[in-house]
Design a binder for this molecule. Structure first.
Ligand code: ATP
Ligand code: MG
Length: 336
């Protein structure tokens, strides 16, 4: 044994001197360090993304993913660099809509690289983590939220003009986790359909926005009206039997073409919600069976018909969203 008054080999003497960190302390320090690194990484990522927009709804099935992919593709049509983050763990369907079904994540030097979908839109989806896309992942609470944070911190988006974030239905923990992880979110758009039930639920989303301190950019009404077109004798009157016993009338033009928009559900629900909550109405998107086909065969309507009525409607909605982002640019957001 050494004569030295302090010997690291002597457990008694060592415990009398300055104590080293216990294994628990060590673990806490490592966790704090990892947390700090992750936070810094999120801030770095955030700086490279000019605008971040969340797509939410109170109710499922109103077309959030269709709208999120449509907004992304419409922005990409304008030449913007765009990404989509699909946060829906239990039913992610963005990859399918973007023609990326069955893709796996590409990881390089510890960074996750997004897949490139139609029009060069970068896509990250929880679906890329699933072994079998038919098996919904049942990740609970902290694991799910931790995975979302990690996804945000570890993805190499590069420079983006817009990141569109698609959520599962409802006002659950996911939007809060994203809002807390990703600084400077421009705002959320609320998707609703013209019916009353969807309308009621989108009100919940607006109240929720106040609690997570991300502004509502506005309300989008999806599946708004269904347009039928036809030809008949030039200048003749046309009568169409519409839903709920209504009759729609129009007159064919000089070439005999006519078109009538039928309100399959009710009309104007999105506008009413927007007015009631004093947030902007960003426009209506038509009911277009091409979206359903696009969801099935992986070619989004905007890609199959870039100059069609739906693409035009999306461009108008995108322009309304961009106007709101400009309006809100002066306000700095604090997410606590
Ligand atoms: N404007 C539209 N016209 C016709 N069909 C549409 C339209 N928008 C969405 N759909 C169809 O409605 C269904 C639900 O759409 P989508 O998956 O986008 O909804 P969601 O709100 O994301 O659903 P979830 O709540 O399950 O995430 C899909 O089959 C989609 O193709
Ligand atoms: Mg969806």
């Amino acid at each position: 044994m050494s004569d030295s008054p302090v010997s690291t080999h002597d457990p008694k003497v060592a415990s009398d001197s300055v104590e080293g960190p216990t294994p628990q302390d060590q673990k806490k320090m490592e966790q704090a360090y990892a947390q700090m690194k992750r936070k810094m990484s999120m801030q770095d990522i955030s700086k490279k993304i000019k605008h971040k927009v969340m797509v939410l709804s109170g109710k499922g099935g109103v077309g959030k993913s269709t709208v999120a992919t449509g907004l992304a593709l419409s922005l990409a049509q304008q030449g913007m660099a765009v990404g989509i983050l699909d946060i829906d763990i239990t039913g992610p369907n963005v990859p399918k809509m973007m023609g990326l079904e069955g893709r796996r994540l590409h990881v390089e030097e510890g960074r996750i690289h997004p897949a490139q979908g139609h029009l060069g839109v970068k896509v990250i989806s929880m679906a890329f983590l699933l072994d079998n896309e038919d098996t919904p992942v049942v990740w609970r609470g902290p694991i799910k939220l931790g995975a979302i944070q990690q996804f945000i911190a570890d993805v190499e988006w590069g420079n983006l003009d817009y990141l569109i974030i698609d959520f599962p239905p409802g006002t659950s923990d996911e939007p809060l986790t994203v809002a807390q992880s990703l600084p400077d979110i421009d705002g959320m758009v609320i998707v609703t359909t013209p019916q009353d039930v969807a309308l009621l639920d989108s009100r919940k989303s607006i109240t929720f926005s106040e609690s997570i301190k991300v502004p509502v950019l506005g309300v989008i009404e999806n599946m708004s009206g269904f347009t039928i077109k036809g030809t008949t004798a030039p200048g003749s009157e046309v009568e169409i039997s519409a839903p709920a016993g209504r009759t729609e009338k129009t007159t064919a033009d000089k070439d005999g073409n006519f078109s009538v928009t039928l309100d399959i559900f009710k009309k104007g629900g999105g506008k009413l919600t927007a007015e009631e909550f004093d947030v902007p109405f960003l426009g209506a998107l038509p009911f277009d069976p091409g979206f359903v086909r696009g969801g099935d065969d992986g070619v989004h309507r905007i890609v199959s018909e870039p100059e069609g009525a739906s693409a035009i409607a999306f461009a108008a909605v995108v322009s309304a969203v961009q106007d709101q982002i400009k309006v809100d640019d002066g306000t700095s957001l604090e997410i606590i």
